[in-house]
Design a protein around this ligand. Structure first.
Ligand SMILES: [Zn+2]
Length: 471
């Protein structure tokens, strides 16, 4: 571009920048301000909502923050914690049973070789062709199996990865809030039609996000001393999660969950940002061939606890499972909007093959796509030099413990043939101890070798099933 062209471009950018503010609809801003006032009420003890005459930054001064440094050092929320009661333990076992069962049906329909091996093929870790039952306190687990590390496709690995990510993000958010910053949960969605394929929708959402965080309205013009939104809000960074649900009426529904961390939030600047984001997002999606609906588009909600921030980014995609579902409900559009693992659960319960092509498109559309992303430098700034594990590393991580039993390939194959047995073996070890575990293995005629750490007094128990000794 020649210098005249550059000048023209600069003039157009200037116009566009001015236009962003000139076009600001005062009614819209008033609405936004009211909405902000409503959202920032943290509870009975928090600052009062509304108060039209407050200064722009009045309600949001760091001094009024409810957060304190105590939040920074809360214990990890890891799913591998010992359950505190029998009820907790039953809930945890129920979740594990469902995830194992979902993974078992996934083996039959997945297009991903690693997923097909997850929890099924041994990795040699405890001996060639062997898997072990390892007990750590009140929690038992399998050792020696391959893990796929897929946050998108695998219900077992995903739960483990997401629990860890939620904990990381909660600790990062706690640090930011303790530093006096504020945080917002911003959801960006696109309208979708049944015929839209997943990949272009994902691309439109990802590119739209880049669009929001670029250009002069965002970055300003340092040469001319113009501050952008980034500086005026004191944006520290963001953590975002790409998500997708499937509507049985409307098809794929991708969205972004963004945790936006601010250091110099004022009500007025926020209102400007909300307005500009909304306008830019809509314009971009329209250009890309998708449109946000009035009620979808962008929503903002203020973070009140660090845990909430962690859940919002890392756990929202997990979905809830519970309702009774009947075969055919999916095609008939009666299932509403499903998180991917809810779709898998429907498949598990009904065997409805209508799920298969949709699930496979989901695997293809999410393959190698980053689910959770931190803006550059933010992780180190908030979590220091804490080591960052990959999804694969998190999924493969084992808590260790006492090896109670080792099972050869022949037994593992037999276990796979009995629905639910892979998780029931762990439940039995947890609830009934070594003796019950041995009874169960014996009842199913499973060969096993007593592990080196099996409870000593019980190693000598008479008639403990069919012990195999060949390694
Ligand atoms: Zn897996």
């Amino acid at each position: 571009m020649d210098s005249v062209g550059q000048a023209d471009q600069a003039a157009r950018d200037d116009q566009a920048l001015t236009a962003d503010f000139a076009e600001l609809d005062t009614n819209q801003v008033r609405q936004d301000l009211r909405a902000i006032a409503r959202r920032q009420v943290p509870g009975p003890a928090g600052p009062k909502a509304g108060g039209g005459s407050r200064g722009a930054s009045g309600a949001l001064a760091p001094g009024q923050s409810r957060y304190n440094a105590n939040n920074v050092s809360h214990p990890p929320l890891s799913s591998t914690q010992s359950p505190s009661s029998e009820a907790d333990s039953a809930v945890r076992q129920g979740r594990r049973e469902r995830r194992f069962a979902q993974r078992a049906v996934l083996w039959t329909i997945t297009t991903l070789p690693r997923v097909r091996k997850c929890g099924r093929t041994t990795n040699g870790g405890v001996g060639d062709g062997l898997a072990a039952i390892v007990v750590n306190g009140s929690v038992a687990h399998w050792s020696g199996f391959c893990t796929c590390g897929s946050i998108w496709a695998c219900p077992v690995c995903s739960a483990k990865i997401r629990a860890n990510r939620a904990d990381e993000i909660a600790r990062a958010a706690a640090k930011h809030l303790a530093d006096g910053g504020t945080a917002w949960m911003v959801t960006l969605t696109a309208r979708h039609k049944k015929h839209h394929e997943l990949e272009p929708l994902f691309d439109a959402v990802a590119n739209g996000w880049r669009k929001l965080l670029s250009g002069r309205a965002w970055a300003g013009d340092p040469k001319r001393g113009v501050l952008g939104e980034r500086d005026r809000l004191g944006v520290r960074g963001n953590i975002r999660s790409l998500e997708v649900t499937y509507g049985t009426r409307n098809g794929w529904h991708p969205h972004l969950h963004v945790l936006l961390l601010l250091n110099e939030e004022t009500t007025e600047e926020l209102a400007y940002a909300m307005h500009r984001w909304d306008k830019t997002w809509r314009a971009w999606l329209k250009k890309a061939g998708f449109e946000p609906s009035k009620e979808h588009g962008i929503t903002w909600s203020k973070v009140t606890t660090p845990e909430e921030a962690g859940e919002y980014i890392a756990k929202a995609q997990e979905g809830k499972v519970g309702n009774e579902i009947a075969r055919g409900d999916m095609k008939a559009g009666r299932l509403g909007t499903l998180a991917p693992f809810e779709m898998l659960e429907y498949f598990r319960q009904t065997g409805d093959m209508a799920v298969v092509p949709i699930w496979q498109e989901y695997e293809k559309g999410t393959f190698r796509r980053r689910a959770i992303t931190w803006s550059r430098g933010l992780r180190a700034e908030l979590l220091g030099d804490e080591e960052e594990l990959t999804d694969e590393e998190l999924a493969a991580e084992e808590i260790g413990g006492e090896t109670w039993a080792l099972l050869p390939a022949e037994s593992l194959r037999a276990i796979r043939r009995v629905p639910g047995l892979q998780s029931r073996i762990l439940d039995t070890a947890e609830n009934g101890g070594f003796v019950e575990l041995v009874n169960l293995l014996t009842a199913y005629h499973l060969l096993y070798e007593i592990g080196p750490d099996a409870p000593a007094s019980e190693k000598t128990t008479e008639g403990v099933g069919e012990v195999f000794t060949e390694r």
